[in-house]
Design a protein around this ligand. Structure first.
Ligand code: C2E
Ligand code: CA
Ligand code: CA
Length: 744
């Protein structure tokens, strides 16, 4: 940690001694208190901030440190001249230092907040404006006795005297604006900064009022008010450098628009008061501006919701065929299946045979038109209630309601027959064959994901066996015996540590700075080699081994996090939890204990949960997530956009981060609708105070585009594939924190 905490403690100690001295001594100049305690107490914050600025090589902090030093210099002039002559003219050279504090600190804040501008949604910026204006209008009313000194032709002395409350007003208004920004208002260090500014300005205003009423005496605890403010600001500067990567993300949090609401009410209040008693015109103007910007804010929120709904609707249809797409299927199927109340349904997955050949030899154009005709023929074979969707490429899905295996097979035959009639395109007669895989609801799968997986297995079977259609049977997945053996092996793997984690960085979409890593499980199988989770997660789930897997993954991930922490590179590790893990009420407690055992802060861990996690038991899942979040572990919604959730319910859930599914990102650079959906999801997520992470960033164009949309973080092969921890360390040493992206 070095000498910094030591200096910090010294700073607080001086503040304490100074305050104690003021309280003990009383209303008069006292060299011991005002000189020997007061001056070190006001220089210590400047030293702390200066050192922090130097360490972080940060311009904002440097300006803040200069502001603190300017103020301390002003105090030095003031106090030493008191010690000498005991009367000081007004204004004096001390005022130069005092006044310089304001532009320097505001400049520092400006440099600090400026980068936020790109990443905050317009709505949040407007919230900040509303907050600032509302605060300013109320303050103008409160400070009007002080400000009215400036009426008429001000002398130099009165302008200096009025400058202080006016500058305090600006500082307070900026602070109110900051309080409206979720990341700043909920992060610990942001609160310290705002508190510091508040204390400082409050001391100054109190001083001005007392001076105005002739009730100010030197040597009261009020004198330590400025210093206390400076100390808090310095403490913020210090935490800025210390909090490192793990805390970077701690600046996010759920948010309710309290500040803009209070500010709007305040602006309204000023206007109402203004109808009864005279209030300064400036206050009325500011109040009106508050209400105006609040109005724009509401309008914007409304517009966002409308566009989002529109984009969502558009994004549900497949552009080429006009059929519902994969997203629509994911969105609608759960409700449809639910309404079945257990009555049997068949899920059919269709895949055109040799379509790639047609595409390659006759061109995409012909391929596209072929797909249009195929989709028309398929649709004609279906009833009005059956669901059909194009999943992408040459894959289609059909959900046949109230049908058993027999009906499903009959439909498959009808569909195949409909396509066996040749299609003519550019004078060429083409015959398209399809293979159909069938999975039965509910006995083979109660949710879409399972049905899809099983139908896919069955489809593969249909293709390879050339029967053209096949109903899933458990032997398809693996024969019963083999499955049992795998399960046995999996138990051993869990006990013997054959499961390992690979890590993939999540980086800042603009600067490339690493914000954390996602842990992805791999099975180091003795015979089959390294297996991806897709090939064994289903088995884990079916074999009831999910809790064991979670414990194993969490242990590995947290051990690694502890290792990184001791290496001086604190890192947030995100672990994936399956939906079924959210039934386990003990989970938050176990996780807290695991963190404690390793002396890790809660910010070292994050959990990712897929979007449809609310399926099994909503209330319970929500409680478990809330428990995790209360302990400081952040929660991400994974694969956002593939499930059936709506943004509206995101608002009610304890969530910090939204991970946009790969499918959007991959299509974004080509499909303007996917791009629009990404952009508006980012915006809305931001106005809910969520961080947005884009998954599956596979090229530089996508990354640039995401940066422009204000996406916070990116993850994908373009940045780095998931790799073992040693390789990640190598990568870090080639591209250290904050050094930007590899120029791939
Ligand atoms: P996920 O959570 O969505 O993880 C991201 C997946 O996308 C990973 O696949 C990763 O290798 C892959 N990926 C990352 N960047 C790119 C890219 O640019 N392009 C493409 N095409 N793919 C990319 P992986 O490792 O095979 O994991 C698959 C899924 O298995 C994960 O999806 C997650 O849902 C699940 N999973 C992984 N580890 C665990 C675990 O420890 N526990 C549980 N319950 N599930 C896990
Ligand atoms: Ca994940
Ligand atoms: Ca994902």
């Amino acid at each position: 940690m070095g000498p910094r905490p030591w200096l910090l403690w010294l700073m607080w100690m001086f503040l304490g001694l100074y305050l104690a001295g003021l309280m003990a001594h009383g209303k008069a100049f006292n060299p011991l208190v005002d000189l020997w305690l007061g001056l070190p107490a006001s220089w210590a914050p400047a030293a702390v901030a200066g050192l922090a600025a130097y360490r972080a090589r940060n311009r904002a902090l440097a300006l803040v440190a200069m502001a603190l030093a300017a103020f301390a210099a002003g105090s030095t002039v003031y106090v030493t001249s008191l010690a000498g002559s005991s009367s000081l003219p007004f204004p004096s050279s001390a005022d130069i230092g005092y006044l310089l504090f304001y532009p320097l600190v505001l400049g520092g804040l400006f440099v600090y907040l400026l980068p936020l501008r790109q990443r905050l949604a317009r709505s949040v910026l407007l919230d900040a404006v509303v907050g600032s204006l509302g605060a300013a209008s109320v303050l103008v009313v409160l400070l009007s006795p002080l400000l009215s000194a400036a009426d008429g032709f001000p002398s130099f002395a009165t302008s200096v005297a009025v400058a202080y409350p006016l500058l305090d007003l600006v500082v307070l208004a900026v602070t109110a604006g900051m309080a409206a920004v979720p990341g700043l208002a909920t992060g610990r260090s942001g609160v310290i900064l705002m508190l510091g500014l508040l204390v400082f300005a409050a001391a100054d205003v109190a001083y001005a009022f007392r001076l105005e009423n002739d009730t100010y005496y030197l040597g009261t605890p009020l004198d330590a008010g400025w210093t206390a403010g400076l100390c808090l600001i310095a403490a913020w500067a210090e935490s800025f450098t210390r909090e490192g990567a793990a805390a970077n993300g701690a600046s996010e949090g759920a948010w309710t628009p309290a500040v803009p609401m209070v500010a709007t009410a305040a602006g309204l209040g000023v206007l109402i008061v203004g109808t009864g008693i005279p209030v300064p015109e400036l206050a009325v103007g500011l109040a009106a501006a508050t209400l105006l910007s609040a109005g724009i804010r509401t309008q914007l929120a409304f517009r966002q919701l409308v566009t989002l709904a529109e984009v969502r609707r558009q994004s549900r249809t497949d552009e080429l065929t006009g059929l519902p797409n994969r997203r629509a299927l994911y969105a609608d199927a759960p409700a449809v299946l639910d309404a079945q109340q257990g009555a049997p349904c068949a899920f059919l997955l269709l895949d055109a045979d040799r379509f790639k050949e047609i595409n390659d030899s006759l061109g995409h154009d012909v391929g596209d038109r072929l797909l249009v005709q195929v989709s028309e023929r398929l649709r004609r074979c279906l009833g009005p209630d059956d669901l059909i969707a194009r999943l992408g490429g040459d894959e289609f899905a059909v959900l046949l309601l109230n049908a058993g295996e027999q009906e499903a097979l009959e439909l498959a035959d009808r569909l195949r027959a409909a396509l066996s009639e040749p299609l003519t395109l550019r004078g060429i007669a083409l015959q398209v064959g399809v293979s159909v895989g069938i999975a039965m609801f509910p006995e083979q799968g109660k949710d879409l994901k399972t049905l899809l997986r099983k139908a896919d297995t069955a489809m593969y079977r249909a293709k390879t066996s050339r029967t053209g259609r096949h109903v899933y049977a458990s032997e398809d997945h693996s024969t019963g015996e083999e499955r049992l053996r795998m399960l046995q092996e999996l138990r051993i793997a869990l006990a013997e540590g054959e499961l390992i984690l690979h890590y993939q960085p999540k980086v800042d979409a603009v600067t490339g700075e690493t914000k954390g890593v996602e842990a992805l499980v791999r099975w180091n199988h003795p015979r089959h080699g390294l297996l991806a989770p897709g090939s064994f997660l289903l088995l884990v789930e079916e074999g009831g081994l999910m809790n064991a897997l979670n414990d194993c993954v969490l242990t590995l991930a947290l051990d690694q996090a502890a290792l990184w922490q001791t290496k001086g590179r604190p890192m947030t590790v995100a672990a994936n939890l399956s939906a079924s893990s959210l039934i386990d009420a003990e989970l938050p407690g176990r996780i807290a204990a695991m963190l404690r055992e390793r002396a890790l802060p809660a910010s070292a861990l994050m959990v990712e949960i897929t979007e449809d996690f609310m399926m099994p038991d909503r209330v319970r899942a929500r409680d478990i997530l809330a428990g995790l979040q209360a302990s400081g572990v952040r929660v991400a919604i994974d694969d956002f956009g593939t499930g059936y959730s709506s943004l509206a319910y995101l608002r009610d859930l304890p969530i910090n981060e939204l991970k946009l599914d790969r499918s959007f990102i991959v299509s974004m650079t080509e499909d303007p609708r996917a791009a629009a959906l990404v952009a508006s999801t980012i915006n809305l997520a931001h106005s809910l105070g969520l961080t947005v992470v884009a998954e599956g960033v596979e090229d530089g164009d996508a990354l640039d585009q995401l940066g422009r949309y204000g996406c916070d973080q990116a993850q994908g092969f373009h940045i780095l594939r998931p790799v073992p921890p040693a390789e990640l360390d190598d990568w870090f040493s080639t591209f250290p924190l904050g050094s930007g992206l590899p120029s791939a």
